[in-house]
Design a protein around this ligand. Structure first.
Ligand SMILES: Cc1ncc(COP(=O)(O)O)c(C=O)c1O
Length: 441
């Protein structure tokens, strides 16, 4: 395809792609795409419709910011925080999981982390070392590439499959086949899922829980997008429906609840880890190879988290505690900071479809998937690498699904967070021009 009269000067795009050294976008990381697009924007003076990175596009709540300021003014900056977390955060987190998930945990297993990313890293370091005969994590993909990077830098093995191919009861056989080989220590998935935005059903979570018990595997449930399946209203504290969770079906779990998207709090790098009472107290003799004790919870706090960062920023914990308290008490609506993403996704999907694109992951069994933070799309006749390259000339950026371990490598992931409702017309114009140019060639 010849790129003539495209919204972004084609010579600049070509030059910057060449300079980036990226020969195949299917292996390009999110941050590499970010850098490339920054460079094109800078040289061309044209702004992109940026859909490559999952950054919050809305402001952080005043409640959190004010609580942090107050904590800083009271002098916490000079004090090391306790690694297991400040008391108000532990208290509000325990309440939060009761009120919004209907699960009971002791405060001792409610911990802060430096973002959910540290939560998964810390958990890999303990869960994947609990049994010397096992090797690592099974990812129910597609998924967040940095989790595999975490396993890789620690030196843990990992396996993966695309769970879209094994929805419903099919998931049981697939898990049975892999877990029966005895090599898996932990299973990680995100729900709702980044990038596909599929949501696991109660039946699927039950299968995962049953398999965790059958094969004694630890489930790491990544709730980075807590409450964001907007087809259901999970926002009333203490009232069903609750955020679905594997915790209803097994005691072998660690939950990772991020504040980055739910509270637009990514910059403060504060997240949480919730360990079931059973797992917290469980003893794994093989942990003694790496930790002073064989107890899971103790190894998480005084082994793994101590070594990683010796705690989570003091003031950020106060900020998060205040936001959790506000939603627990119904003073702030759980999803009021993110609900607009659903509206954006709905409009964007429609614009993509009207301009010749297809949705890639589009169903939760027989129901349309929710509208939320991400969606996935493809264009007939183009693979993911070529589609991403083509769209760069039209001032649109995304990431390939290949980089998320999806089997649907013709697709790209779009994040809606930086595409405000005021940018929909521009998106439509650019996609229309792309579609017309492509059909003409
Ligand atoms: C599925 C998933 N897990 C974890 C994270 C990281 O969360 P945090 O910012 O809390 O480290 C992200 C961020 O995009 C994500 O998409």
């Amino acid at each position: 395809m010849k790129f003539q009269n495209t919204p972004i000067d084609s010579k600049i795009v070509e030059k910057k792609i060449h300079e980036s050294g990226l020969t195949n976008f299917e292996t390009a990381t999110i941050r590499e795409i970010v850098r490339l697009v920054n460079n094109i924007e800078e040289d061309s003076g044209n702004k992109f419709l940026r859909m490559e990175m999952g950054v919050p596009g809305l402001p952080a709540p005043e409640i959190g910011i004010n609580a942090e300021i107050k904590a800083l003014k009271s002098g916490v900056a000079s004090q090391y925080p306790m690694i297991e977390g400040i008391k108000p955060l532990k208290k509000e987190l325990k309440r939060f999981v009761k009120l919004f998930m209907d699960i009971d945990v002791d405060e001792q297993g409610c911990l802060p982390s430096v973002g959910s990313m540290q939560g998964s890293f810390a958990t890999f370091l303990v869960a994947n070392r609990s049994d010397h005969t096992r090797e690592g994590t099974l990812f129910l993909d597609p998924g967040f590439p940095v989790h595999k990077q975490s396993c890789q830098v620690i030196g843990h093995e990992w396996e993966t499959f695309d769970m879209y191919d094994y929805r419903g009861e099919k998931l049981r056989n697939k898990l049975d086949t892999i877990l029966s080989q005895g090599k898996i220590s932990s299973i990680l998935y995100s729900n709702p899922n980044n990038p596909s935005w599929i949501s696991l059903s109660e039946a699927e979570l039950k299968i995962i829980g049953e398999m965790a018990d059958k094969y004694d595997v630890i489930i790491i449930e990544d709730l980075a997008y807590f409450g964001m399946d907007f087809r259901k209203d999970y926002t009333v504290p203490g009232k069903a429906p609750f955020q679905p969770t594997v915790a209803k079906y097994t005691d072998n779990y660690v939950l990772l609840i991020s504040s980055s998207k739910l509270f637009n709090y990514a910059g403060q790098r504060v997240g949480t880890i919730v360990i079931s009472d059973y797992l917290y107290n469980r003893r794994y003799p093989d942990l003694k190879r790496y930790y002073k004790t064989d107890q899971f919870g103790y190894s998480m706090i005084y082994g793994s988290l101590y070594a990683l960062s010796s705690g989570t920023t003091h003031s950020a914990q106060y900020g998060l505690a205040a936001m959790l308290k506000a939603v627990n008490e119904g003073e702030m609506n759980l999803t009021e900071n993110v609900i607009e993403y659903g509206e954006r996704a709905k409009k964007m999907k429609q614009i993509f479809i009207e301009n010749g694109f297809n949705l890639v992951y589009d169903k939760d069994e027989d129901e349309d998937i929710a509208d939320g933070f991400y969606f996935t799309f493809s264009y007939p006749g183009l693979n993911g690498n070529d589609l991403l390259e083509h769209l760069l000339y039209y001032g649109i950026s995304a990431i390939t699904l290949a980089v998320t371990n999806s089997t649907r490598i013709e697709g790209l992931r779009a994040c809606v967070s930086q595409i405000g409702l005021d940018k929909m017309t521009l998106l439509d114009e650019r996609l229309k021009q792309f579609n017309e140019d492509y059909q003409k060639q």
